[in-house]
Design a protein around this ligand. Sequence first.
Ligand SMILES: Nc1nc2c(c(=O)[nH]1)N[C@H]1C(S)=C(S)[C@@H](COP(=O)(O)O)O[C@H]1N2
Ligand SMILES: [Mo]
Length: 256
Amino acid sequence: MKGRRLLTRRNLLLTGAAAAGGLLLPGWWRRNMPPTYGHILRMGDNLTYAAHRLLLPGQSMAREYNPGDITAFPAIFLDDRFLTDPSHPMRSEAYRRSHATGFADWRLKVEGLVARPKTYSLADLKRFPARTQVTRHTCEEGWSAIGEWTGVQLGRVLEVDAGLLPEARFVTFHCNDNYVDSIDLLDALHPQTLLAYGMNGGDLSVPHGAPVRLRVETQMGYKSMKYIERVVVTSELDDGGKDGNIQNGWSWYAGI
Ligand SMILES: Nc1nc2c(c(=O)[nH]1)N[C@H]1C(S)=C(S)[C@@H](COP(=O)(O)O)O[C@H]1N2
Ligand SMILES: [Mo]
């Protein structure tokens, strides 16, 4: 179910172009390839990653829709039952308590290769200029939905406020349900990559990742991590250990 990739004609073409680019531009290759991980069969990830980085330079924007295009939006994995059902997979007492206070005691840690490691409250994040965007979320399980997201650009927090150090290359997200995954700096600093606290005009709900989730509009839905609590900037890929999505069979790079 996780990390499935369709080998489309377009991907094959892109892959070929990227391979050619890599042979011609070894320096580019070194700078733009994701780190090696796992199994030789995962090479396909590297080729797709390289193809996107070569052919979609930098910051191409994901399509934005109008508020009238917003659709019903399923919530994956979680519903509000975790608040009352102790056998629910997400049973962090701290999260339950935090939820009961309207997330007043919730904090987001930003650490690693930043000049000023910081801890943000929800109010702190809301003091930054907000961005609202209506985008399509595509899940690897075969559904997609359109929603409106409001939040602060991750790039503003990382680059402007915390200050990225020169060795920074990846950003890893640790979530309350032990979900861990990372993105590279290009996606982290993309103008549509948000720490989102609002959805469809209201607060982000528990099923959709309250109080703050990531929106990465350049990749498949599973990279848009919910229940974020810690953001770590690194120079090397942190695969998240046993909780990491790679170990659980997902492609690290899931560009769309
Ligand atoms: N922390 C966390 N984030 C997560 C997930 C999860 O299980 N835990 N599921 C991912 C997947 S596979 C999808 S499709 C989207 C679903 O977001 P939604 O529940 O708002 O529809 O969240 C992503 N982010
Ligand atoms: Mo998904």
